[in-house]
Write a protein that binds this ligand. Sequence first.
Ligand code: HEM
Length: 498
Amino acid sequence: MDPLTNLFANLITTMDILTIGFIGLFFLMLGYKPPWWSKKQILSASSGCQIPGPPSLPILGTRWTFSWIGGYSLNKVHLFYRDMFRKYGPIIKEEALWNIPVISIVGRSDIEKVLKSSGKYPIRPPTEAIAYYRRSRPERYASTGLVNEQGETWAHLRANLTKDITSPHTISTFLPQVDDMSKDLCSLIRHFRRDNDKIPQIELLTRRLGLEAMCTLVLGRRMGFLLPEGETDIARRLRIAVHHHFLSCRDTYYGLPLWKLFHTPSYSHLIESEEGIYNLALELVATADNATKKSIIFDSILNAEIDEREKTAAIVDFIASGIHTLGNTLVFLLSLISKRKDVQEEIANDENSEYVKACIKESFRLLPTANCLARVIEKDLELSGHSLKAGSVVVCQTGLACRDPNNFPNPDEFLPERWIGEEKAKTLANSTFLLLPFGCGKRQCPGRRFIEQSLPVILKELVQNFIISYDKENIDISFEFIMAPMGPVQMAFEDRSY
Ligand code: HEM
């Protein structure tokens, strides 16, 4: 950010805080309470009131910690949680607007308790700004969508939309295309290599792979985005819109929630990117040919017994969900193996993919793309000696728990061996409910099977073609609602000779 923009951003943040403070005080003086401020909310707000955490302001809660006064920037939210647990212990309380408590936990048994306690319809707190926007566009959205819906509406969508995408048989039919995509990625790398075999921004290529993979999965055909000149204008704009979408989700979620009062810049960005993704994905769908019409996933969505608007939204959401998640995951994985030529040798010669899968697990443990799991608990729970009422929002900080030496010996080391043979049993005994890169239970990621099938194929192809190196000691990470590499990430891909 240039200094002028930086100054302007700081000024806005200061003005934000002052404005919301004055507005809050004004409402307080009038004795106003928002309509949803029911007795039940107050009850759950008071539950766990002894839980430590950063100081909370009336109405504003603790969101000030992510302004310049608090010292944490939104792209380093993960460092805020690390520091808070160090300071306050294994359970901490933040407060959102109107002092609604949000509890974060890092203890293994607490996390297990929360994730095991989900009932028939597990509740994951929605991304409020998206839900708000989608409700304001009933001509386009019949609901807030699979990611943000709750209860029976969510269960209906889940049952109708994800049967095929989660079926092992259906997903296995995509193996030949995944194999071809991996080969195309290698050719693309060869095409773009510069001096000393370097690719200046590997994240751009892995996200191109993410989009190609999602279109192959959902639209049933290869789009050609991995050809050297293949990134069309639509593909590039879609990749950028998805990036902006994640960033504005983060900013509306963790920043001061002024968007509830008026259209803030982050809310306007969210709307822009949400609309951009919708329109661009529809442009891709409009290129549908016979292959798309025969696509199992596309066909199962079109024939689902749900509102027509839900079908379009699901196609758009599925395509968008995989671009950056797959792209970032692959960059993290490459950054870890790039430090270990012995690991690369082992991957290249791995007959049954056991070692490859162990590397992927270990990469998710050290550099998870989704670093926490949030739930609204459905029954009263005792967590680290504190009683929490049903209805409380609890965030399981699985990413930090995976770095705790009590859960994983030498937690900061990349040791794929811990997921193999005798070591594996020991590792699993200490880590149930901790390594959950795709979440868990009925709300877990429906893209899991496709990604778990694809990543080993892609990794093996890359390593059999190249010796990969990266000159930074550790990759710099940015919180972008999902975890993302702080670009540009320059890696070298030297041809492997046999
Ligand atoms: C490396 C890639 C990916 C990662 C790490 C990832 C991770 C996650 C996580 C952690 C959740 C929350 C689960 C929970 O609350 O228990 C989730 C939900 C979801 N993911 Fe993914 N995901 C990935 C790829 C995909 C892909 C390819 C799709 C598209 C098919 C997808 C679609 C979704 C949807 C629709 C949900 C919401 C499910 C629900 O609430 O019922 N994800 N994902």
